[in-house]
Every structure is written in structure tokens, then in C-alpha cells.
Design a protein around this ligand. Structure first.
Ligand SMILES: Cc1cc2nc3c(=O)[nH]c(=O)nc-3n(C[C@H](O)[C@H](O)[C@H](O)COP(=O)(O)OP(=O)(O)OC[C@H]3O[C@@H](n4cnc5c(N)ncnc54)[C@H](O)[C@@H]3O)c2cc1C
Length: 408
């Protein structure tokens, strides 16, 4: 049986200093079941820009939405590498399903790592596991683009009751989610960068659609703009300040999960290119078609992409409970660069697959079409724009030393 000792301790067992085991034996099969449902509706989801309902129903049936929650709160304690693998498998089937899963799991990771010890957040973890609640993310606000470390809307306090009104420019699957994890300014008199994170549930917020877009790709994420109005309890604010959560969990987990989903899209395009080249070679008595070199280039880019994701997964897993290591300039630069590199490599892979297939890849119908994959993967460099990330880490890059050896 594929049972492995958990790297970190479960909350319940931590008190007794016992480790628990993660039983991964069913993870692959359950993810494949969801991926099969996702693949079956991927074209319709893209064409109609509709939520991948069958895939999400299957996800709930297979209990994947709560899989990362620790045993003590009713989940299975899946590790980040398990979640990343699932994102990759789902990405091969349907990009929107994979991205919805990736965003949800990023929010769950914040709950698991920063909500433990807070009664309200622990209760929410139990609910996510038991009810298979889907959590959305609200970071983008007004015209502020991907500047997540600045909030305009502030938490209003009235004793233990709090409220928030937020111009949420983009919330993917906002209309379908059972809860939202959102950032906000700590208080009316706080600076924009003095932020908190809140977990809010359907019964204490309303969403009014303020912006609808006709998107190029990732159409099943149903990303729209909303006015978010929330009234609830001060307990819903995470106990730790957002800057810590951002550095230790939100950014690393988002970048690892997103990159894995994009790698899945890239792999699906390589699948199609391989099938095309094989068919063309068979038809030509074994002679390789001229596009074969592009197929090799696509495979090469995919290999690089997988390698940087797994290297970063290992690096995160090695330090995930070491606050100092996670906050270091080197780690922060590396995990931010992962997003930039992975998104560029994913686009490069799909472009090369498209060129390998030629007209058969370019057409929107047919077995070798990679049009949907290309449109979906083009969201990657702009989802928290690569230019913004590169500009933000320029100073840190300048300060960190050039490695003296290969494994430094
Ligand atoms: C598929 C998808 C799903 C999403 N889902 C959600 C969601 O669920 N919740 C949510 O909150 N948000 C979501 N977003 C939004 C996302 O988080 C970012 O806010 C958004 O991608 C930023 O878009 P932007 O290009 O308008 O903003 P910006 O980041 O402001 O970029 C605008 C332009 O300015 C340039 N630019 C910005 N800063 C710099 C800089 N410092 N140096 C050089 N150039 C710069 C960029 O290159 C770009 O051309 C989603 C986005 C996508 C694509």
C-alpha cells in the first residue's frame, strides 16, 4: 500500500507528539475519475464559457475538495506534492477544472497552515471536509491589477461584528463558490499594505455582478467582477497578519499549484502533437514529417517545466515549517520566479506542439487541435503579470549572491 509517513504533524496528534500517515493509495485513481469527467465536458465548458459542473460534482464525490485538510478536522492530510500532482492530471483534461482546483487548494492551504488554533477556522476546515465546500479567492481589487500586497477596502469594526465592502474586479467561480478567502485593509486608519486575510461563507456575504468579460481562455473558471458585501464575526479574520500568510503559504502554494495546472495543459498539447507526428510518420512509411523537430522542442520544454516544478516542490516541502527559510530573499525570489518561468515554458510548449501539428493543430476541430490549450495557457503569463513579478524582485535578485556551485 502506498502509505507514507507525513512530513508534518497533525494538529490532534501534535499534542501527543505522534506522527500520522497519509494514505495515498487511492489519490491517483480518484483524481483520474475526476479527470475523466472533466475531459468529457472540456470542449463544451470552453465553448459555452460555463462552469465545469460535472467535474466539480465528481470532485465532491471523490472528496478531493477536503483532501488537504488534516485528519483531525476530517480530511486526509494530503501534502502539497499530492495536490500539485492532482493539478497536473486535471490540467491534462480541462484547464478550467484544474485552475479552479488549484485556486481552491491554495485557499485551503491558508486555512490549514494559518487557521489551526482558531476555533472559527478549524470549524470551517471541518465543514470543507464534510460538506466538500468550494472556496474562491478575492485578491484583485479596483484598478489595482495584480498588486496583491495593497488593499483599498478596509474591515469596518463594530465590537465583535465586522463588515467589508469590496470592489472585487475578478473572482473566478464567485457565483458557484460556497465561500471566499479575501484580503482587506486591517482597518479604516491602516495603510494599504497593512492587510488581513478573511474566510467568509455564503451565509454572510452577497455578490453583485459588476463586470462580465468574454475571455480568450480559461473560460470555465467563470471569472467575473463583483461587488462583495460581507457582514460577520471578527473571528473570521485569520490570526496572523497577511504579509506572513502571503510569503509562507499563499504565494508558494499558488505558484506550485498554478504551475502544475499549466504543465498539465502543456502535457495535453504534447499528447496531441505526439499522436499527430505518429500518424503522419505511419502515413509516410515511417518517414518523419517536417514538423517533428517542433514536437521534440515541445517535449524538451515540457521536461524543463516539470523539472522546475518538482525542484520547487522539493524545496518548499523541505522548508514548509521553517518560517525563516520561507521568508528568505532566496526562497521568495525562487518561488516568484517559478511562476514566471513555468508560465513562459508552458506557453512555449503549447506553441511548439501547435507548430508540430501545423494546420491540424491550428484548426479548432479535429483530433489534433491545440487551439483550446493555447488559449487557456495564454492566461498564465498574465495571471499576476510576469512583468510585475520581475519588476518586484529586481532588487532582491541584485542582493542575492551568484551561486558558487551547482547545488548551492
Ligand atoms: C484566468 C484568471 C483567473 C483569475 N482569477 C482570479 C480570482 O479568482 N481572484 C482574483 O482576485 N483575481 C483573479 N485573477 C486576476 C489576477 O489575480 C490578477 O489580478 C490579474 O491577472 C492582473 O491583471 P492586470 O494585467 O490587469 O494587472 P496588472 O498586474 O496591473 O498588469 C497590467 C499591465 O501593467 C504591467 N505592469 C504592472 N506592474 C508592472 C511593473 N511593476 N512593471 C512593469 N510592468 C508592470 C503589466 O505588464 C500589464 O501589462 C485572475 C486572472 C486570470 C487571468
Amino acid at each position: 500500500m502506498n502509505v507514507q509517513e507525513a512530513r508534518f504533524r497533525d494538529v490532534a496528534t501534535e499534542q501527543t507528539s505522534e506522527t500520522f500517515v497519509i494514505d495515498r493509495s487511492s489519490f491517483g485513481e480518484r483524481t483520474t475519475t475526476v479527470a475523466t469527467a472533466a475531459a468529457a465536458e472540456a470542449e463544451a465548458v470552453d465553448r459555452d464559457a460555463r462552469f465545469p459542473k460535472a467535474a466539480l460534482d465528481a470532485m465532491r464525490q471523490q472528496k478531493l475538495l477536503g483532501i488537504q485538510i488534516p485528519h483531525a478536522f476530517g480530511g486526509e492530510g494530503a501534502a502539497i506534492s499530492d495536490i500539485a500532482d492532482m493539478c497536473y492530471t486535471l490540467g491534462r483534461a480541462c484547464a478550467s477544472t484544474a485552475m479552479i482546483f488549484a485556486m481552491h487548494q491554495t485557499k485551503v492551504a491558508c486555512l490549514v497552515r494559518h487557521g489551526t488554533g482558531s476555533a472559527w477556522h478549524e470549524k470551517l476546515m471541518r465543514r470543507v471536509a464534510a460538506e466538500q465546500m468550494l472556496l474562491a479567492s478575492s485578491t484583485t481589487e479596483g484598478q489595482n491589477g495584480g498588486n496583491i500586497r495593497f488593499s483599498t477596502a478596509a474591515v469596518e469594526r463594530n465590537d465583535a461584528e465586522i463588515s467589508l465592502v469590496r470592489n472585487a474586479t475578478v473572482i473566478s467561480y464567485g457565483a458557484q463558490a460556497d465561500g471566499i478567502v479575501t484580503i482587506a485593509r486591517r482597518a479604516n486608519d491602516a495603510a494599504g499594505s497593512d492587510q488581513v486575510l478573511l474566510a467568509i461563507t455564503r451565509d454572510n456575504y452577497t455578490l453583485e455582478k459588476s463586470l462580465e468579460w468574454e475571455t480568450l481562455g480559461m473560460r470555465g473558471t467563470c471569472s467575473a467582477g463583483f461587488e462583495l458585501k460581507f457582514k460577520g464575526s471578527a473571528e473570521q479574520i485569520f490570526p496572523e497578519a497577511y504579509d506572513k500568510i502571503h510569503a509562507q503559504t499563499m504565494t508558494p502554494v499558488a505558484h506550485l499549484c498554478w504551475s502544475s495546472a499549466w504543465a498539465g495543459i502543456a502535457a495535453a498539447s504534447v499528447d496531441r502533437a505526439q499522436a499527430f507526428i505518429r500518424k503522419a510518420a505511419r502515413g509516410a512509411g515511417g518517414q518523419m514529417p517536417p514538423g517533428a523537430a517542433h514536437f521534440t522542442a515541445a517535449k524538451m520544454a515540457l521536461t524543463k517545466l516539470r523539472a522546475i516544478i518538482t525542484a520547487n516542490l522539493d524545496s518548499y516541502a523541505a522548508h514548509e515549517h521553517d518560517e525563516r527559510a520561507l521568508s528568505s530573499l532566496d526562497f521568495q525570489s525562487q518561488i516568484n520566479l517559478l511562476k514566471v518561468e513555468a508560465s513562459e515554458l508552458a506557453v512555449e510548449t503549447v506553441m511548439a506542439a501547435m507548430r508540430a501539428c501545423g494546420l491540424s493543430g491550428y484548426r479548432n476541430d479535429g483530433d489534433f487541435s491545440v487551439g483550446r490549450h493555447l488559449r487557456d495557457v495564454l492566461s498564465a503569463p498574465i495571471m499576476i503579470n510576469n512583468d510585475r513579478i520581475l519588476a518586484n524582485i529586481a532588487t532582491a535578485s541584485l542582493m542575492s549572491a551568484v551561486p558558487a556551485s551547482l547545488r548551492d
